[in-house]
Design a protein around this ligand. Structure first.
Ligand SMILES: CC(C)(COP(=O)(O)OP(=O)(O)OC[C@H]1O[C@@H](n2cnc3c(N)ncnc32)[C@H](O)[C@@H]1OP(=O)(O)O)[C@@H](O)C(=O)NCCC(=O)NCCS
Length: 208
């Protein structure tokens, strides 16, 4: 696929570079001066902003949004509906040295469905960020993040829990955590493990 291709399946701005041997799903849009490198797979209905570099061999699910100035390196895997805020940073080598080749030592990073990575945060490689977790702007993630966790600071610490709609979960009078927007109910089923009782985290949202 040549740079600037605007097929009926997806849109790539003429200033972008789409290498050979990539798969891009229908409805995806790729904006100015972004580069999709060989072997990468991008799902459908994604929004890829300006100055984004993807791959080589990246795996990006459906409905993913990547804001300006983000690089998705080999070893980084983004599940459906992940949101990458502007200028956030992934890494893939834990202890880089220019004199020592380390490309055989990449540490994978997996970001699970629906998680949000705030503007300018950094993810130190080798971690899994749980589904619908919310990483605050500027945080530095060094360890695995639980599903629905709200993570802030440097290094990031859990400051609470958030629901699928991105609101902080606070217990109501009956002790249940209910999202003020959706009414979905959540519970800490065992210490450090939160589940949505209303809808499985992999199920699509009901149509509005
Ligand atoms: C995390 C965020 C969503 C706030 O969530 P919230 O549920 O409203 O959380 P609160 O504001 O109640 O903050 C909870 C605690 O975390 C702290 N906190 C919130 N965001 C923080 C951040 N980015 N860095 C450091 N601390 C932060 C608050 O000071 C508060 O601390 P306290 O309990 O000691 O007072 C918001 O601050 C944020 O960072 N959003 C990301 C915006 C972004 O990057 N958008 C990208 C698209 S443009």
């Amino acid at each position: 696929m040549k740079a600037g291709a605007d097929s009926d399946r997806y849109f790539a701005h003429p200033s972008s570079f789409i290498d050979d041997n990539v798969s891009i799903g229908a409805g995806t849009k790729i904006w100015h001066v972004s580069h999709v490198m060989g072997g990468s797979v991008i799902g459908r209905d994604c929004r890829i902003g300006q100055n984004v570099v993807i791959g080589p061999n990246a795996r990006i699910g459906n409905g993913v949004k990547i804001q300006n100035n983000v690089s998705v390196y080999p070893g980084v895997e983004l599940d459906d509906f992940v949101f990458c805020g502007p200028s956030m940073v992934f890494t893939n080598v834990y202890n880089p040295r220019s004199e020592i080749p380390r490309m055989a030592e990449l540490r994978p990073t997996r970001v699970r469905r629906g998680a949000t990575l705030g503007a300018n945060c950094t993810v130190v490689c080798g971690v899994t960020i749980g589904c619908y977790a919310m990483v605050g702007a500027g945080a530095v993630i060094r360890e695995d993040v639980a599903d629905y966790a709200l993570m802030v600071g440097v290094p990031a610490r859990r400051a609470g829990w958030v629901g699928r709609h991105g609101h902080r979960l606070q217990a109501d009078a009956g002790g249940a955590w209910r999202c003020p927007e959706s009414g979905f109910e959540y519970r800490e089923v065992r210490p450090g493990v939160v589940r949505c009782l209303t809808l499985d985290e992999n199920a699509p949202l009901p149509a509005p």
